[in-house]
Write a protein that binds this ligand. Structure first.
Ligand code: C2E
Ligand code: MG
Ligand code: MG
Ligand code: MG
Length: 284
């Protein structure tokens, strides 16, 4: 249609565009309500040691239980929240729910770090660090149980503004993971100096292993770079035994993916961890 626009100087009226805009607008006002009415909840996905499948941590992923009954995935509302300025309240809510999940896990005797995802937009906000620190303090949870995941593209986009904040979080004892690693741009420029403890290999790379021509080599290079610069490394989106075996052979011991466990509500995560703890006790 842009070609037509250039040719004729006008755009054809497209009712479906108007409808799409109306739908997004209505979803946005529903999201505003959702934040007030506790329609958001977390699912937890285990991170495991791939040699024996033992639990090393969780990632908290937000979901929206829409009043009409369907569960909406974050890809459908996080961008909307970022565009509209609702993301600050959303991220804060996710942080508090993550701290609650940590407390519930501790009560069940499960002591592993839990990661939450935050939008890069929030990390450049002037009072980001102070607000976060206060929320953590009020919860009584030791920051060493908390991990922040920020995507590579967001971490390098506002690099100068975000880096000092990430550094303060690390000083506080928190872990920082660079999410979707390998899909951002300035990765090589900033790789040596990222304020992060862990790199997460994006699932698109994991899924190219053994499939596309350079798939294996790309993963090999990422793993080498990570260890060269002293980062821990974990692979996301591990779905098959073959991917697990190959990652282990390449020197990546940690993984996350449907092969081990899907994201699940807290109650299920407690049961899953309990059986893991029993397994661990039996093998000791
Ligand atoms: P992400 O942080 O990279 O999370 C990984 C996504 O991959 C999750 O999708 C997860 O359910 C999915 N996944 C896990 N294992 C597998 C697997 O083996 N195969 C495949 N194909 N997929 C797998 P989800 O939950 O839909 O989240 C999508 C993205 O939304 C996340 O990507 C993250 O960037 C964002 N997000 C999720 N929760 C939050 C949040 O609380 N706040 C913010 N700001 N962003 C969030
Ligand atoms: Mg993540
Ligand atoms: Mg990820
Ligand atoms: Mg990802």
């Amino acid at each position: 249609d842009m070609a037509r626009y250039r040719q004729c100087g006008y755009l054809r009226y497209q009712p479906q565009i108007e409808q799409a805009i109306a739908e997004r607008y209505s979803l946005l006002s529903q999201l505003r309500l959702a934040l007030n009415e506790d329609q958001l909840f977390l699912e937890l996905q285990p991170k495991v040691q791939m040699t024996d499948g033992s639990l090393v941590g969780f990632e908290a992923l937000v979901r929206w239980r829409h009043p009409e009954g369907k569960i909406i995935r974050p890809d459908q509302f996080i961008p909307l929240a970022e565009m509209s300025g609702l993301i600050g309240r959303l991220d804060h809510k996710v942080l508090r729910m993550t701290l609650d999940a940590i407390k519930a896990l501790h009560q069940a005797g499960i002591r592993v770090p839990v990661a939450f995802n935050a939008s890069g937009i929030e990390l450049v906000r002037p009072l980001f660090f102070e607000t976060l620190q206060q929320t953590i303090q009020e919860s009584g949870v030791d920051p060493c149980w908390l991990e922040l995941e920020i995507t590579e593209s967001q971490a390098v986009q506002e690099y100068d503004l975000i880096t000092p904040n990430l550094n303060r979080l690390i000083q506080m004892g928190m872990q920082i993971s660079i999410d979707d690693f390998g899909t951002g741009y300035s990765s090589l420029t900033h790789l040596a100096e990222l304020e992060a403890t862990t790199l997460k290999i994006d699932k698109s790379f994991v899924q190219q292993m053994g499939v596309s021509e350079y798939g294996d080599e790309l993963v090999t290079v990422i793993i080498r770079l990570a260890s060269r610069f002293g980062y821990k490394i974990i692979a996301e989106g591990v779905e098959t035994q073959a991917q697990r075996d190959q990652l282990l052979a390449l020197g990546c011991p940690l993984g996350q993916g449907y092969l081990f466990a899907r994201p699940m509500p807290l109650a299920d995560a407690l049961v899953w961890s309990e059986s893991y703890l029993v397994k661990g006790r039996e093998s000791r």
